[in-house]
Design a protein around this ligand. Structure first.
Ligand code: GLY
Length: 404
């Protein structure tokens, strides 16, 4: 197969690494890719990954056999629809199915129709109505931009004033959703949704805060580990039965079937698991953590085979730029990547190549993944490798894989 992978982050480097290891893949091409993906095959420049028509035309001209889409933005822009219209198989939902992430209010409506457990929500386009809803209730308040906001559209706060200000700020861009605060530990379940049904991936636990001990600002994710052995027994099967399968059946019945990776973000409340949000993509850095534990071929899995999991543990440590998450400092030269690769996987995210140099080019720069017989072994390997990669101001948590 000649496979086109769309995306440029650490998640896509991990997807590309796994796809390229398949004996069924003759060539892996990435759009726009990154310096890590460039080591696995050609990268395409000059086409915007969210320009559905241009991506599809290129995929047809270059005769791809399969297109795999990593991030949500191209899916929300209809890349899967356009590629399919050229008769090319694509793994990733259509624009209509991707609304599960691209519109929080739509996701709530689908869940209500499907009987999927989630908190109450109201959607509004009117600042006065938003204010009334917030004044009617005690905190904590949860206010979300309805549309895609690259993880920046959500506020959870005890301050009614801040909640009202947040609603006002996002109402200038579109509808806002005010929803119930769900209390309890967060867990994510990822499913591979194929023509022959949905199958769960192994869970990974991610660490969202910048600092050790879960302190500091929220980030895209500073690390993760897998397996997670303190989840309630039967949780994944329960979520498949009560959340993933009813949602997929509902979308099928509504004429917008979902094919691709479905990510259910859940809160384990006193009343059982409830959905916080859906994403129509895999998690980052969960993907980097889980795919090294997948023993069989990812192409077979996205075509409907059962995933086969290794008993080994993985720990992923994210190396972030100075100033991340508010104002990442770019352009520093990164040293030590090839030394780190001696005993770990190093996935690129915010990097760029200039000549032989690899430079910092974004917030989350690299994900270093150690594999071991158990969590402690994997953790040791991940941190040994992460420790040899340096640049000025590099940030890293030191407690990934330890109990929070
Ligand atoms: N690690 C969380 C996410 O990918 O959204």
């Amino acid at each position: 197969m000649k496979v086109l992978l769309i995306g440029s982050g650490g998640r896509e480097h991990a997807l590309g690494w796994k796809l390229a290891s398949s004996p069924r893949v003759r060539e892996l091409v990435s759009l726009p890719g990154n310096p890590g993906l460039a080591q696995l095959g050609p990268v395409i420049e000059g086409i915007d990954a969210t320009d559905a028509g241009a991506v599809a035309a290129m995929a047809a001209t270059q005769r791809f056999d399969l297109v795999v889409v990593g991030p949500e933005a191209p899916l929300a822009a209809g890349v899967a629809d356009a590629v399919q219209r050229h008769g090319i198989p694509v793994f990733g939902p259509t624009r209509a199915a991707a609304r599960l992430e691209a519109s929080k209010s739509h996701a709530k409506d689908v869940m209500a129709r499907a009987g999927v457990p989630t908190g109450w929500a109201v959607t509004t386009t009117d600042p006065e109505e938003a204010q009334r809803h917030l004044e009617d209730r005690p905190g904590p308040y949860v206010v979300k931009a309805d549309g895609l906001a690259a993880g920046k559209g959500v506020l959870v706060t005890d301050s009614r004033e801040d909640a009202i200000a947040w609603a006002d700020r996002w109402l200038s861009e579109g509808p806002v959703v005010i929803e119930e605060f769900l209390d309890g530990p967060e867990v994510s379940v990822f499913a591979v949704c194929t023509d022959s049904g949905a199958r769960p991936l192994e869970p990974a636990r991610d660490y969202k805060r910048l600092g050790d001990g879960d302190t500091g600002p929220n980030t895209g994710g500073m690390g993760a580990y897998s397996p997670v052995d303190d989840l309630p027994p039967g949780l994944v099967d329960d979520v498949m039965r009560r959340v993933i399968e009813p949602t997929l059946s509902q979308l099928e019945d509504e004429g917008t079937p979902f094919r691709g990776f479905l990510y259910a973000g859940l809160v384990l409340t006193a009343d059982g698991p409830k959905v916080l949000e859906f994403n129509v993509r895999l998690g980052d850095p969960e993907t980097q953590t889980v795919l090294p534990r997948l023993d069989n071929d990812l192409i077979d899995v996205i075509e409907g085979a059962d995933p086969v999991w290794s008993d080994r543990a993985t720990v992923t440590v994210v190396l972030a730029a100075a100033g991340y998450p508010d104002s990442p400092v770019k352009d520093a030269e990164i040293r030590g990547i090839s030394d780190a690769e001696a005993d770990a996987l190093v996935f690129h995210a915010g990097t760029r190549q200039e000549g032989r140099k690899i430079l910092v080019d974004g917030g989350r720069v690299l994900a270093v993944v150690g594999s071991g017989d158990d969590l402690a072994d994997a953790r040791g390997r991940a941190y040994d490798a992460a420790g040899v990669i340096t640049w000025p101001g590099r940030q890293m948590r030191t407690d990934i894989g330890l109990a929070l």
